[in-house]
Design a protein around this ligand. Structure first.
Ligand code: ADP
Ligand code: MG
Length: 505
């Protein structure tokens, strides 16, 4: 059973600290919405296009241009909300968040401050030690992404690429329910997994289409429970926000160093100042970027160019009825219907494409556990060695791996021969059934033939026979010899039984 709790206490003695401290973390995850066009224009969202080639007049902030909401983006936000078991708000509205930045030609970002499209939800986060925890989602709102300033292409000039300007983002805000660096990374990984299942965000962190602002504070043991009981933030410490993290590894490292920094300040008699910080991976430190801005600093006001967004329950219900099976459900089903271990089911459902591949192998091969073994150990291992390929690049399609599993299950080939067949199928684009037939690799189960091979080895090695009679463990040597003389094709169970019988063990 899962150990389900909302943010169970996680006391942590931090090396070098005088007292025990606990971490409290809340994440604001920015997920680029997977759609063809931007949130308020028809310009393409394609990554890697020629700079400034995907920019509509409205994205460039041209005077008099009007934003028009892209229904596909709204549907994706609703789908994501449903995937996080969240409340969907039939009424939401867009606000202008005003600030100046060279990559923001409008001079404001259109966001949803007062009425987000998605309300409270939750995410089940599983940890390496087998426990799991529910992290509450506070809200998801839709907003525009900014462009990109490029400072490292010229010694004296900066450039701007507006292709990303106006692309839809979902900002997913968690409650401060995350209690450690590993949990923070596991939370982001779980969100990414769910959104990839839903097809609402590609989750490619290198391309920046999933990034997180990480809020970190520290408190003394017991304080967090007081917060949980009352939802009163005054029980928690002052937080700092580390901006724009786009690597799981850096998220963890940044939380760790930021916590140490805050502990040192407080144990020195100082106070943490609420501010926005940046993580520097080269120095492994966080640095102040700016003092914390408040909502009023941005002069938010309802966007006068956009009507409030009103959606119908029937439309939401339709999206809900067409959601794909999500990771938790798929994992539970793999355990129940294929007899997989919790661990194997987690590995196989981590990515939706892997899960689909496995399911085809399991169904086609007629044995879930065997299929899991072959997919995880043989195929994943081979793909990793072969230039870290993904499942979609596998030279062996699921139907062929299914044939191998079926051949093993029917005892047509032994597990050992199966590895050779796998290797041939992987490198030569051939059907395993054909390989076994053409290359004559069928397992020898005919006991007469095996018996003859055993007799031959026994007759040729009288000294070994004496030794094995004295020490039955040495019977394995005969099994090995028989396997060798039959080209690995003898049924191992039959060989074992016959060797034991003939040696009188
Ligand atoms: P803002 O929009 O000003 O950054 P929010 O109230 O939306 O402020 O909170 C942002 C994030 O900070 C949320 O994810 C929330 O869970 C987290 N957070 C709030 N208080 C704390 C705290 N004391 N320690 C850690 N995280 C916190
Ligand atoms: Mg914030």
């Amino acid at each position: 059973m899962l150990d389900l709790e909302y943010a169970a206490p996680a006391p942590k003695v931090i090396a070098g600290a005088k007292h025990d401290w606990e971490l409290v973390i809340g994440l604001e995850v920015h997920a680029q919405v997977a759609t063809k066009a931007k949130l308020f224009s028809g310009a393409s969202t394609l990554f890697g296009a020629e700079p400034n080639s995907n920019v509509a007049f409205v994205d460039a902030g041209m005077p008099g241009m009007l934003p028009v909401i892209n229904e596909a983006c709204v549907a994706q936000a609703v789908r994501t909300g449903l995937g996080l078991k969240a409340e969907i708000n039939l009424f939401s509205a867009f606000d202008r968040k005003n600030y100046f930045y060279p990559d923001l030609p409008q001079g404001y970002q259109i966001s949803q401050l007062y009425h987000p499209i998605v309300g409270e939800g939750e995410v089940l986060v599983e940890l390496g030690d087998g426990t799991a925890r529910l992290v509450r989602i506070e809200r998801i709102h839709l907003e525009q992404d900014a462009g990109k300033s490029i400072h490292d292409m010229d010694p004296t000039m900066s450039f701007v690429d507006l292709n990303r300007t106006g692309v839809a983002l979902m900002e997913i805000v968690s409650r401060p329910d995350i209690r450690g660096p590993e949990e923070a990374a596991a939370f982001v990984a779980k969100l990414r997994q769910i959104m990839r299942y839903l097809g609402t965000c590609d989750g490619n962190m290198q391309n920046g289409n999933l990034r997180a602002d990480v809020n970190v504070s520290i408190c003394r043991p017991g304080d967090y429970e007081k917060y949980q009981a009352t939802q009163d933030f005054s029980h928690l410490g002052t937080r700092c926000e580390i901006k724009n993290m786009n690597s799981m590894r850096f998220i963890q490292a940044a939380i760790e160093v930021e916590a140490r920094r805050q502990i040192a300040i407080i144990e020195d008699g100082g106070a943490v100042v609420q501010e926005t910080r940046l993580y520097d991976p080269d120095k492994n430190e966080t640095r102040s970027m700016r003092s914390k801005e408040e909502a009023h600093d941005y002069r938010y006001f309802p966007d006068p160019d956009l009507l409030p967004l009103e959606i119908e329950q029937a439309w939401v219900d339709d999206i809900a009825a067409n959601l794909p099976e999500l990771p938790d459900a798929k994992k539970a089903r793999f355990i129940a219907s294929f007899g997989l271990s919790d661990y194997d089911a987690s590995v196989l459902t981590a990515d939706v494409a892997n899960a689909a591949y496995f399911e085809d192998v399991a169904k086609g091969g007629g044995d879930g556990k065997l299929a899991a073994n072959w997919v995880i150990n043989e195929l994943f291992g081979r793909l990793k060695k072969d230039g870290d390929k993904g499942i979609t690049e596998s030279p062996i399609p699921a139907a062929r791996l299914a044939q191998i599993v079926a051949l093993i299950k029917a005892e047509t080939i032994s597990g050992k021969i199966a590895k050779d067949v796998f290797d041939i199928a992987y490198t030569q684009d051939r059907d395993p059934e054909e390989i076994v037939k053409t290359d004559g690799l069928e397992q020898v189960t005919d006991t007469g033939a095996i018996e003859a091979a055993v007799d031959e080895i026994i007759a040729a090695n009288p000294a070994q026979v004496e030794k094995a009679k004295a020490n039955p463990k040495l019977a394995g040597w005969f099994v090995g010899q028989v396997m060798k003389s039959t080209g690995g094709k003898a049924n191992p169970a039959a060989v074992n039984a016959l060797v034991a019988a003939k040696l009188g063990l």
